[in-house]
Design a binder for this molecule. Structure first.
Ligand code: ATP
Ligand code: MG
Length: 346
């Protein structure tokens, strides 16, 4: 299977696409699982396209003013974290109508059975599926459209998005099969590093999310030093000291989470964290973790505030990113329509 994917992808230029929903404050999970790695990929010299997926954000209610502010703030977070709009394409999704159009086309390729299996839909809809928007259910096909619209071959994401990237591969494969073509690549999820699934600070079985109603469950990228220290201090853990070996974290989800977060922030392995803190209690480890998080996040949030003082400049950057993205997307959308048999005569 893997070889088939690789053979197909060899026909396409290497290109990365990924996005973040401007559905709230970006969290430490978004930073470690996504944003920090977006910057690394850009710095490796791969063509990178990053999108603030506002059309995804409205799958749950967003106050219009808040959505505008969150979109600019997310853009500021990207730039402050090291995304260079001259080297990466950075834009908000709704400025390019091709996303929604491609989303519709792929709605007609994806199967209900595939969509019904999406665990994120089940998690987010919970017992209230009847009351959710149709958009929340269809969200993964729009995500497939986001990726395939650029013929992206690699998609850096956190663990929670793996299933959606695999769905994208299934949609691409069905399209290619049904229309007897090799038009779409088979984009690979890139899930790397020590913190691919940062857990909630209140519940070690749930992932950290910007849309979690509890602010104490997450570290926001804009939290100040005192708030970060307090949230880590109050993070739910067991009473045991950290183990002397990595195997000792077995069955200790909360402890493992904090060790992984430390490792990812410090760019070291979890083994190295255990080598340093094994045998020490959370009374020692949590303040060290808070100091480390502050030292990494504070320069970014300071720069974010500076950028947010000039929202017109942020809008200009997003507009110019959208123009570059559109130039890639339009021919791919047009060719998709041709393949599917649509007349385009104007
Ligand atoms: P929402 O609750 O609105 O879905 P979110 O925090 O899940 O917000 P998304 O915008 O859905 O954020 O995801 C953006 C990126 O961040 C994705 O690549 C996703 O996999 C990654 N990500 C989200 N949460 C985590 C986490 N807890 N740990 C690691 N990566 C994460
Ligand atoms: Mg999410």
């Amino acid at each position: 299977m893997t070889d088939q994917h690789a053979d197909l992808n060899a026909k396409f230029q290497k290109r990365i696409f990924s996005g973040i929903q401007p559905s709230g404050n970006l969290t430490l999970g978004n930073y470690l699982g996504a944003l920090k790695r977006f910057v690394q990929k850009q710095d490796e010299g791969i063509e990178t396209i990053y999108c603030l997926v506002d059309l995804h954000a409205i799958t749950v209610w967003q106050d219009p003013e808040a959505l505008r502010r969150q979109t600019r703030e997310a853009a500021a977070a990207f730039i402050a974290a090291g995304i260079d709009p001259a080297r990466s394409i950075l834009f908000n999704q709704s400025q390019i109508s091709a996303h929604a159009e491609m989303g519709w086309l792929l709605n007609c390729v994806a199967r209900m059975g595939w969509m019904n299996r999406m665990t994120q839909w089940k998690d987010k809809a919970g017992k209230n599926a009847e009351k959710q928007s149709l958009g929340l259910f269809a969200y993964p096909t729009l995500m497939a459209a986001d990726i395939l619209l650029y013929h992206a071959t690699m998609v850096p994401v956190g663990e929670d998005q793996k299933q959606h990237v695999e769905l994208t591969r299934d949609i691409a494969a069905k399209f290619n099969h049904d229309y007897k073509t090799e038009f779409f690549p088979s984009p690979a999820p890139l899930i790397e590093g020590a913190a691919t699934r940062v857990m909630s600070l209140r519940d070690g079985s749930k992932k950290m999310s910007k849309s979690d109603p509890s602010d104490a469950s997450r570290i926001n990228m804009t939290d100040d030093a005192d708030t970060i220290a307090k949230k880590f201090r109050k993070a739910v853990t067991d009473p045991e000291p950290l183990p002397e070996t990595l195997e000792g974290l077995e069955g200790r989800a909360e402890a493992r989470n904090l060790v992984n977060v430390y490792a990812a922030l410090a760019d070291i392995s979890p083994e190295q964290v255990i080598a340093e803190f094994g045998g020490k209690g959370f009374g020692t480890f949590k303040p060290a973790l808070a100091d480390l998080a502050v030292s990494k996040l504070e320069p970014i949030s300071t720069e974010m505030s500076r950028l947010m003082a000039d929202p017109a400049e942020i809008d200009r950057i997003l507009g110019s990113g959208a123009e570059k993205a559109d130039a890639i997307a339009q021919p791919i959308l047009a060719k998709t329509l041709d393949i599917m048999g649509m007349i385009r005569s104007r």
